[in-house]
Design a binder for this molecule. Structure first.
Ligand code: NOJ
Length: 546
């Protein structure tokens, strides 16, 4: 049954609506803006769009704090606009998946407002507890966005749990009413023609106990809520009651997921999961510390996940991560490096997720953000914390910028018009990056050697070649600079060979003795037969010959 699912052959493109395309000149992207770009996405070869949240929200976490699950953020448009998006995408054979954020709601959601009355049935929709003693929260858990994970409500003399900001109270998944409500929301959208959901922090919705957590420098309490048995049970229920009854797909954002839990999620709970190991390849201890030597880990995590699960959600970017070329590529070789990463993204076994702008090689902001420019709430907390810990202003800013999510949320670069063609208004909600005149959709569409043109060729190749989609995956052992693997299907063998480094790398004998025809490379005219070395970031997709 699963084998007929279209996501297996599909290519997902993530849109962060606030930063994609602004149709009404308010400096904020919107749904009509997305509709106007559907032909572009069709031309790129995208088959599924994942929309980051488009629901009404007070924007404490830019949409990941939802105040109404069955309506549209007025900044983005109306329900009619959304229906039009679904229909117009459908006409182009593009499906839409939405973000399902049900670990928490906004504190401005009517359920939460009602929950402040102890006698209301909504009180039990959230996780309220008495403090350990006056002024002391019920346990020592800390929030993802800093400080204790509890907020005191004086009128109740109780605290509520929030694993993210205090404006994102956690739902109580022990209450069967919550499941019922969420199922109704899922049906509402699926019946409207939505093709599925990317499920936000879905491996932590079920709090097994509220005991104190073991002390850690970061996120105390996780052992009580990450991937608990109850979590799997809820997902099985959602699958049985709803997902299995629709032609739809689900992908879970599963922070810190391990192989065993991933396999369980993939067995009758979710269709795919986002693993976090690869994103940690260049991190040390805490996400603010960058590790220079990332290649070995990067490759190892990707190979291991290919071995451990049947089908991956392959991604190098999203709205929470810095741009991949700013992490993994020497800026001197920006185009070659972007194409190298694209080669991996589209030839590893799994469904590729392209994040808006990745296909034109968008980079992090050209300089560190200043404090007054921050938009992401996490930055304010982190900066304050670092200063409190005694770090100087400059160093604190540097650390914050090492994980600043605003980098990935800069406006999409469409052309070299002012505001990069994103908006008619130059006062965009986040600034446009400096490089928009050289890296934008228009200019790259006209250049056969651009990153965008390479993506198009790569996607077309992938679509025409079942080995690159469904073929099995077999990595070969090489030094950490080289990433090499076979994709095998029905006797067809493809060989993918990539230099992860900015240096020339000599190939081992086992590879330099091979023969084959290059199907695609990021170096013009590159050959393969008896190849002795790879140039910086050189990437090849090869059809092996005898
Ligand atoms: C993960 C989302 O990707 C992120 O943007 C958000 O801040 C948290 N979950 C909380 O919903």
């Amino acid at each position: 049954m699963k084998q007929t699912k279209r996501y297996l052959d599909g290519i997902v493109y993530q849109i962060y609506p606030r930063s994609f395309a602004d149709s009404n000149g308010d400096g904020i992207g919107d749904i009509p803006g997305i509709v106007s770009k559907l032909d572009y996405l069709k031309g790129l070869g995208v088959s599924i769009i994942w929309l980051s949240p488009v629901y009404p929200t007070p924007n404490a976490d830019f949409g990941y704090d939802i105040s109404d699950y069955c309506s549209i953020n007025p900044e983005f448009g109306t329900l009619e606009d959304m229906d039009r998006l679904i229909a117009e995408a459908g006409r182009r054979s593009i499906k839409i998946i939405m973000d399902l954020v049900v670990n928490h709601t906004s504190d401005e959601h009517p359920w939460f407002k009602a929950s402040k009355d102890k006698d209301s049935p909504y009180h039990d929709y959230y996780i309220y507890r008495k403090g350990k003693k006056p002024g002391v929260p019920p346990n020592n858990w800390t929030s993802n966005f800093g400080g204790p994970a509890w907020e005191y409500v004086p009128s109740l003399d109780e605290w509520y749990l929030h694993l993210f900001s205090k404006k994102q109270p956690d739902l109580n998944w022990h209450n069967p009413k919550v499941l019922e409500e969420v199922e109704a929301i899922l049906r509402f959208w699926l019946d409207r023609g939505i093709y599925g959901f990317r499920c936000d922090v879905i491996n932590q919705i079920y709090k097994e106990s509220l005991d104190d957590g073991k002390w850690k420098p970061w996120l105390i309490g996780q052992e009580h809520y990450l991937m608990k048995e109850g979590n799997h049970e809820i997902l099985r229920r959602l699958h049985e009651d709803v997902f299995s009854r629709y032609d739809c797909m689900t992908v879970g954002e599963t922070y810190d997921v391990d192989y065993a839990n991933a396999r369980r999620f993939l067995d009758g709970e979710l269709d795919m999961v986002f693993q976090f190991d690869t994103m940690g390849a260049d991190k040390r201890l805490l996400p603010i510390f960058v590790r220079k030597h990332w290649k070995k880990r990067f490759k190892k995590t990707l190979v291991e996940w290919e071995k451990q699960v049947d089908w991956n959600a392959v991604y190098f970017e999203n709205h929470d991560q810095k741009r991949s070329i700013s992490r993994f590529v020497n800026p001197r070789y920006r185009d070659l490096g972007a194409k190298m990463l694209a080669t991996l993204l589209l030839t590893l076994r799994g469904t590729p997720f392209i994040y808006q702008g990745e296909e034109i090689g968008m980079a992090d902001f050209h300089r560190p953000f200043k404090k007054k420019e921050f938009k992401d709430p996490v930055n304010f907390w982190l900066y304050g914390l670092l200063r409190k810990l005694g770090f100087g202003e400059k160093r604190s800013l540097r650390y914050v910028n090492n994980m600043n999510r605003d980098h990935a949320r800069l406006p999409m670069q469409w052309s070299n018009s002012p505001a990069a063609g994103f908006s008619s208004n130059q006062a965009t909600w986040l600034p446009v990056n400096d490089d928009y005149k050289s890296y934008n959709v228009k200019i790259e569409s006209e250049d056969p050697n651009s990153i965008l043109s390479y993506y198009k060729k790569l996607i077309a190749l992938r679509k025409s070649d079942p080995a690159l989609v469904r073929g099995s995956f077999e990595a070969i052992d090489t030094s950490s600079d080289i990433f090499a693997y076979y994709r095998l299907n029905d006797g067809n063998i493809r060989f993918v060979l990539v230099n992860l480094s900015d240096r020339r790398v000599v190939l081992p004998r086992s590879i330099s003795e091979m023969r084959g025809k290059v199907l695609l490379s990021n170096y013009e005219g590159a050959g393969f037969t008896f190849k002795k070395f790879l140039r910086p970031y050189e990437s090849l997709i090869v059809e092996l010959t005898a």
